[in-house]
Design a protein around this ligand. Structure first.
Ligand code: E4P
Length: 214
């Protein structure tokens, strides 16, 4: 499973990419609004840091507008993936863009049928939002399971990105299901490295080393 970082913060991206374990980035208008930089400048800075795919969201609501935006974003870098919302207009845009070889990430997906349509339209990636579904009393993990089953049964090549990840448990569920990508807020990325027994064990080794070191 690939790891993407779900942030538009260049410092966080640099720090996490330094581990060599980050394969790409996803951004959205909310994440971009937290940074104090003009949008294009911000995305270009991110593209300079990351070699892998960087998702950038189209904000038009009509398919022609989305296609126009997508083509503009694509000029910013070869690794740009255009995020398109899961709407009728969005799927028209994905269909048109896939014909032209523009890579897309269908976002705001909350049902397996929506994921089915996104794949049928030719999306490169589809992003089911686990946390937001859990927040409403549904199960993001069951949604992931359903999507993986539907994609396998239909032979779709669209890659599934576990999005709206809130905890390491979400990451584990996605990895168990063989999901292609999990996009993680930096906090969850760093949590994956940690275990209290690792910390405790290291402290003991350090104390004991003091007793035996030459
Ligand atoms: C996905 O690409 C989105 O940017 C993201 O995962 C949304 O997560 P949130 O529910 O934490 O806003």
């Amino acid at each position: 499973m690939k790891i993407f970082l779900d942030t538009a913060n260049p410092e966080e991206i640099r720090k996490a990419c330094d581990t060599g374990l980050v394969d790409g980035i996803t951004t959205n208008p909310t994440l971009a609004s937290r940074e104090d930089k003009p949008f294009q400048e911000l995305i270009k800075e991110i593209l300079d840091i990351v070699n892998g795919p960087v998702s950038v969201e189209a904000v038009s609501r009509d398919s022609a507008g989305m296609v126009r935006e997508a083509k503009g974003y694509s000029d910013w870098g070869e690794n740009v993936i255009v995020k398109i919302p899961m709407t009728v207009e969005g799927m028209k845009a994905v269909k048109a863009l896939s014909r032209e070889g523009v890579k897309t990430n269908v976002t705001l997906v909350f049902s397996a049928n929506q994921a089915f349509l996104a794949a049928k339209a030719g999306a490169t990636y589809v992003s089911p939002f686990l946390g937001r579904l859990d927040d409403r009393g549904h199960s993001g993990t069951i949604l992931l399971q359903d999507i993986m089953q539907v994609y396998k049964a239909n032979g779709f090549g669209t890659q599934v990105i576990a999005a709206s990840v809130r905890s390491p448990t979400h990451v584990l569920h996605a990895a168990r299901l063989g999901v292609h990508v999990a996009t993680l807020p930096p906090r969850v990325f760093w949590q994956l490295f940690e275990h209290p027994l690792t910390k405790e064990g290291l402290e003991k080794f350090e104390r004991d080393w003091q007793k035996v070191k030459p």
